[in-house]
Ligand binder design. Structure first.
Ligand code: ARG
Length: 469
């Protein structure tokens, strides 16, 4: 291809030859960074305004460039923007178009700026908005969990089920307690995202390629215009820092891990073996072959997609490891990971919210597990402890009773009733719901303290929303 048929690169002045097609195909990021268009334009507006305020560009040029940016923005809004073969990334595309529209003043848009500070700025703007939206969606999921929890406590008696350790029956818990356990984890994720947003609230614009500028730029002014809390302190750090992306990727992977645990439980709970819950048709799938099937695909994908969320985090950390200062093209690899994690977590949170909201719980099947004899064992031991028996001794006494019940195929309650250390007082612990009702220490699983937890969770939800404002 002759040079005059090839789209001109931003650096054409220094080069005799046009870029090879393989280079363009390998290095271009336009295929995935076009979604930064609004943020790139916002960054350009601030930059150009600052150039005007600092006396670097005359007002007429500033007005011409801002006008052209308006046109470009409208073109993107209406999907009328036409990409050029030489548009290597969204920053190149927008500068090219601004120059086409505004002519000579347009060619001044990149004064004192590099794509290195430009892309770092655009990505911070994009992630500030998207991570905040995502955190709000997670809060909504928490509210769905709390609504279901409150509903489960509003029945008489409140819904109870076996709590598990090692997926073996352990001690009874309220369904509300179980659901709120997931809510607390997700609220910590929201907290982490909010913290990370605060740390990322620094504008890199004005750092130039790596060393600032000999022109009288005012990074504080552009930071203000973009609504950042601060501007960079070190230009090398400004263009090479991607820890904000890595931190978001960790937060998103952690959300994924939390969602995967909910997903796994929903898979179990909706199985014939558990029979704890039935999915609403709108949030279940069928089988192409087996007519009877109703499958929990949302729950499974919440579990499965977490693999790539963790992959996105580890992938970026490996990209960043050992990079010399300052900008390296490797950093372009930050975006697909972040976009993918934000997209997938956003989809998962919304799908799970609907799935949980529409699930029918089966309190009788749940209660049957909560009331299984074995779940009273700890209470029996604690009953003896209350009477002065050392816990280890009490544990052995009850353990022997459990062993005897299993060996003789008798009910534990019958052995307890005739045991000299227990009698009828011990047998009372086997009454449905009795063992659960005795769990009234702060944060425990019983009904007496559920109200306190509910109000504490409501307070945490309010606080999470306040921090996201
Ligand atoms: N598309 C690039 C990225 O995402 C923009 C920066 C390119 N800078 C450079 N000096 N080649 O990182």
């Amino acid at each position: 291809m002759a040079a005059d048929e090839t789209p001109r690169t931003l650096w054409h002045g220094r080069f005799d030859d046009a870029p090879a097609e393989a280079l363009m195909r390998f290095t271009a990021s336009i295929g995935f960074d076009a979604r930064l268009w609004a943020d790139d334009i916002e960054g350009s507006r601030a930059h150009v305004t600052m150039l005007g305020d600092s006396g670097i560009l005359p007002p007429a040029d500033v007005a011409a460039i801002l006008g052209a940016l308006e046109v470009v923005s409208a073109e993107f809004e209406s999907a009328a923007f036409v990409f050029d073969a030489g548009d290597e990334d969204i920053h190149t595309a927008i500068e090219r178009r601004v120059t086409e529209i505004a002519g000579a003043p347009g060619a001044r848009i990149h004064t004192g700026r590099s794509r290195n500070d430009q892309v770092a700025t655009a990505l911070r703007l994009w992630s500030r908005r998207e991570m905040r939206n995502l955190a709000a969606a997670i809060v909504s999921l928490v509210e769905v969990l709390e609504t279901r929890a409150a509903g489960a406590d509003a029945t008489e008696p409140p819904v109870r089920l076996a709590g598990y350790t090692h997926l073996q029956h352990a001690q009874p818990v309220l369904l509300s307690h179980h659901l709120r356990a997931h809510a607390w984890g997700l609220l910590r994720d929201v907290d982490r995202i909010t913290d990370a947003l605060g740390r990322a609230d620094v504008s890199p614009l004005g750092a130039g390629a790596l060393a600032g500028s000999s022109l009288p730029l005012d990074p504080g002014r552009s930071a203000d215009l973009l609504g950042f809390g601060a501007h960079f302190a070190n230009s090398l750090d400004a263009v090479s820092d991607r820890d904000f992306v890595a931190e978001y990727l960790f937060d998103l992977a952690m959300v994924g891990v939390h969602l995967s645990r909910i997903g796994e439980e929903w898979v179990l709970w909706t199985s014939a073996e558990f029979g704890f819950a039935t999915l609403d048709d709108s949030h279940a799938t069928g089988s192409s072959m087996m007519p009877q099937k109703k499958n929990p695909d949302i729950a499974e994908l919440a579990r499965g997609k977490t693999g790539r969320l963790i992959g996105n985090l580890t992938g970026l950390l490996v990209v960043l490891k050992g990079l010399p200062l300052a900008y390296n093209r490797d950093l372009q690899e930050d975006k697909e990971a972040l976009f993918d994690s934000v997209d997938q977590v956003g989809l998962a949170v919304r799908a799970l919210s609907g799935m949980i909201a529409g699930t029918t719980f089966h309190p009788a099947a749940m209660a049957a597990t909560a009331d299984a004899e074995a779940l009273v064992a700890t209470d029996l031991a604690e009953f003896l402890v209350s009477g002065g028996t050392p816990f280890r001794e009490a544990h052995a006494i009850v353990g022997a009773l459990v062993r005897e019940a299993l060996a003789t195929d008798r009910h534990l309650v019958d052995l307890v009733r005739v045991h000299p250390s227990f009698g009828d007082e011990g047998a009372v612990l086997f009454e449905p719901g009795a063992a659960l009702a005795r769990r009234r220490t702060p944060g425990a699983s019983g009904p007496d303290v559920a109200v306190a937890q509910a109000s504490r969770l409501a307070g945490a939800i309010t606080e999470a929303k306040r921090r996201l404002e």
